[in-house]
Design a protein around this ligand. Sequence first.
Ligand SMILES: [Zn+2]
Length: 271
Amino acid sequence: MTGRQAQPRSTHDLRSSPADPIQAPGTPEPAWEAWPGLRDLPTADPLAALPTRPDRRPRVLVVAAHPDDEVLGFGGTLAVLAASGVRLRLVSVTAGEASHPHSHTPVAPNLAAVRTRELHEALARLGAADVQSVALGVSDGKVARHERELAGQLAELLRDCDLCVAPYSQDLHPDHEAAGRAALAAGAARSVAVWEYPVWAWHWAAPGDGRLPWHRAARLPLPFAAQERKRAALACFRSQTEPLGDRPGDAAILPPAELAHFCREFEVIWR
Ligand SMILES: [Zn+2]
């Protein structure tokens, strides 16, 4: 996820204006729970979106700006796909090393390795340990500077894929948006459908928010086993869910109120 900072604010990877919607208090999950619009979205079946060929298992390319985005926004469906024998290729655009730029704890300089390890633990808990994992090593917070090159890399990685899943291109986090736009460009170049998953939108948007494309939203219902796998996977991201230390720059990026958006019985994508 990377992005929400306790004081002092990060200035390198966020729109840190006083009106920064990511830094502002977010919409609590009970407000989303109470909104019928979310319950009434049409449902999509990820397996039905994939071709069935006797000679080849389908493959899905899943893009994340930071190691945890894909589990937050799409982890339950990843578990469903993995359990169904769908091949998964996972792209970590950055290693998420800039989640705590003001922390002086010993772990802070090692966040890239820590977060990569957490992601692989999480994938194992999703039942997706054999995912093909690609780390592109773009600097956390600077994805937009490499957007064109990223679109080319994703188009290459999509060459044998049937679906692309990527961060929402209007998620109001610059890295998420750049990764999402690059995925949309790559999908268009390969004529492969792109599903966008929101992450920060659940924080800054409100039920019925006219800024979100509800007309192309779909719910992905999660079987109970997939919900359980996702909860177990989310617990792996301790560098994000727990404070690194006791100073303001060590604060958790994903406190329980934020994690609550990702513990639903369903996931939502724009298609
Ligand atoms: Zn992220």
